[in-house]
Design a protein around this ligand. Structure first.
Ligand code: AMP
Length: 125
């Protein structure tokens, strides 16, 4: 039997990934926004009055991987974060992608941290 071009319609998912489980509704989260590509929920350990994580629904490890694999999802992520910052803190915000252990990434499902609602210092620690 020859099988040509069989394409899975299953979304990319890692069963052991915390954020895949949040997207699937298996782990509770305080969801503040979603569309067909991305979901936004509040960070459990907020570092600012507004601290929202925006993730693609599909599993990609980090922002560089997402940019190559699904640039439309990266654009959707930025637009969602920007809209939440507009609604909650008048549009002034920091968008952070920790990428790799030295940068502080602890969950390997790409997420943009949307931080706002206070004066943010630079450089970051
Ligand atoms: P990072 O260290 O950049 O990978 O960011 C991971 C973020 O996920 C941290 O800021 C955590 O506080 C946050 N986090 C971990 N578990 C949860 C959860 N169940 N719901 C929401 N945020 C979480």
């Amino acid at each position: 039997m020859v099988s040509l071009g069989v394409v899975s319609t299953e979304p990319r998912r890692d069963r052991d990934c915390l954020f895949c489980r949040i997207v699937a509704g298996e782990v509770p989260a305080d969801v503040v926004g979603q569309d067909e590509r991305v979901m936004a929920f509040r960070d459990v350990t907020p570092q600012a009055p507004v601290h929202v994580l925006v993730v693609p629904r599909e599993h990609h490890a980090d922002v560089a991987t997402l940019a190559v694999a699904d640039p439309d999802a990266l654009v959707a992520l930025v637009r969602m974060g920007s809209q939440i910052a507009q609604d909650e803190v008048g549009g002034q915000f920091r968008l952070v992608f920790n990428s790799g252990p030295d940068a502080g990434q602890s969950v390997y499902h790409v997420h943009g941290h949307v931080l706002g609602g206070r004066s943010l210092t630079w450089p970051p620690g």
